[in-house]
Design a protein around this ligand. Structure first.
Ligand code: BJW
Length: 287
C-alpha cells in the first residue's frame, strides 16, 4: 500500500480524479500572516476568538465584537494570498465544474488569488459583507472594504510597527468601551445595528448555498476530497469530509498536524496525509 505521505502516489490519484471537493480552513491563510482560531494565535487580547464569534457576545458588547472584527478586516486587507491560495485557484480553473471548493475562511484571500467564484463557496460568509443584526430586516451590503469600518473603530485599524505591540492587542492595556451609539445602524430598518456578514456559532449557514453544495455532492461520485488547514471541528463544514468518503472519495489532509496520531486514526485505507505548511505543500502536490 502506498505511504500516506507519498507525493507521487498522491499526484497519480489527483491525475485520475475527475471530481474533486475541497474544504479549506484558517490554516490556508496562516502563512499569509492571519492567525488561526484554535491553538497558538487563537487569542485576541485575552479573549478566545471563538467566544467572540457568537450572537450572544455581540448582544452583550457589540463594541468589543466590532473591535475584534475591525482588527480582522484590517489584518486581512494588509496581507496577501499565499502560494496555497494560488495553487487551489489554478486547479479550480483547470477542473471547472468538476471541482467545488468550500472555504470556511472569511478573509477574502481566495477571491483575491483569482479563485473562480462560480467554483468557490464561502460557508461562513465574509468579513467584507455587512448585514443587519435584526434578523427580520434582512438588509445586507456586500463588498464593504472601509478601514476602519467606522470612525469609532479606528484604534483597531492601526498598523503595528515590527517588534511592537498595538496597545489594542496588549491584554494588559485597558480597553476603552465603544458606546453603542457610535456604531452604525442599519440604513433599512433604522433600528438594528450593522454587524459583520459572517456566520456565528448557533446561526444557520445560507440555506441556498447548502442546497447547492448538497446538489453538487449528490449529482455524481467524488474521487478526491482535499482538506486544507482546518481542525475539522466545526459543523456542518466538517461533515463534508465523510460525505465525500461516502461518495467514493479518497481524502488528502494538508496540515502541520496531519500526521499526528489522533489525526491518523481518522484516516482510512487509501487516504493521504501531508504534514506541513499548506503554502509550501500545495504548490508541489497540485503541480
Ligand atoms: C495550518 C497551518 C498552515 C496552521 N498550513 N494548516 C453537529 C455536531 C456538533 C455540533 C454541531 C453540529 N452541527 C452544528 C453544530 C453546532 C456548531 C458546531 O459545529 N459546534 C462545534 C464546535 C461542536 N455549528 C454551528 O453552530 C454552525 N451553525 C449551524 O450548524 O446551524 C444550525 C445548528 C445550530 C446549532 C445546533 C445545531 C444546528 C455555525 C458554525 C459557524 C462557525 N463560525 C466561525 C466564525 C466565523 C466568523 C469569523 O471568522 O469570525 O467559523 S467559528 C470558527 O471555526 C470559524 C472557522 O471558519 C471555523 C473553523 O475553524 P478552522 O478554519 O478549522 O480553524 P482552526 O483554528 O480550528 O484550525 C486551523 C487548522 O489549521 C489547525 O488544524 C492547524 O493545525 C492548521 N494550520 N497553520 C496548513 N501553515
Amino acid at each position: 500500500m502506498a505511504l500516506r505521505n507519498d507525493v507521487q502516489a498522491f499526484q497519480q490519484a489527483l491525475l485520475k480524479s475527475k471530481r474533486i471537493l475541497c474544504l479549506c480552513g484558517a490554516g490556508l491563510s496562516a502563512s499569509s500572516g492571519l492567525p488561526t482560531f484554535r491553538g497558538a494565535g487563537g487569542l485576541w487580547r485575552n479573549y478566545d476568538a471563538t467566544a467572540l464569534a457568537t450572537p450572544e457576545a455581540f448582544a452583550d458588547d457589540p463594541g468589543l465584537v466590532w473591535l475584534f472584527y475591525n482588527y480582522r478586516r484590517h489584518m486581512s486587507l494588509s496581507v496577501k494570498p499565499n502560494p496555497a491560495h494560488y495553487a487551489l485557484a489554478k486547479l479550480a480553473e483547470v477542473k471547472a465544474n468538476d471541482m467545488l471548493c468550500l472555504t470556511q475562511n472569511v478573509d477574502n484571500l481566495s477571491p483575491r488569488a483569482n479563485h473562480p467564484l462560480q467554483h468557490l463557496r464561502t460557508l461562513h460568509g465574509s468579513l467584507f459583507d455587512i448585514k443587519c443584526s435584526n434578523k427580520r430586516c434582512g438588509w445586507i451590503a456586500r463588498g464593504n472594504f472601509d478601514d476602519p469600518f467606522c470612525p469609532a473603530l479606528a484604534p483597531a485599524s492601526a498598523d503595528v510597527p515590527p517588534g511592537e505591540t498595538l496597545p489594542l492587542l496588549d491584554p494588559k492595556q485597558p480597553l476603552d468601551p465603544i458606546p453603542v451609539d457610535q456604531l452604525p445602524k442599519c440604513p433599512q430598518c433604522k433600528t438594528g445595528l450593522q454587524r459583520p456578514g459572517v456566520v456565528w456559532f448557533g446561526e444557520s449557514l445560507d440555506g441556498d448555498m447548502l442546497q447547492e453544495v448538497d446538489g453538487w455532492i449528490d449529482s455524481d461520485r467524488i474521487d478526491l476530497m482535499i482538506v486544507v488547514g482546518t481542525s475539522a471541528q466545526v459543523y456542518p463544514a466538517a461533515g463534508y469530509i465523510d460525505e465525500a468518503r461516502r461518495k467514493g472519495a479518497k481524502v488528502v489532509n494538508i496540515n502541520p498536524e496531519a500526521e499526528d496520531r489522533s489525526q491518523m486514526r481518522k484516516l482510512i485505507r487509501g487516504d493521504f496525509a501531508f504534514a506541513g505548511d499548506a503554502a509550501n505543500l500545495l504548490p508541489v502536490l497540485l503541480e
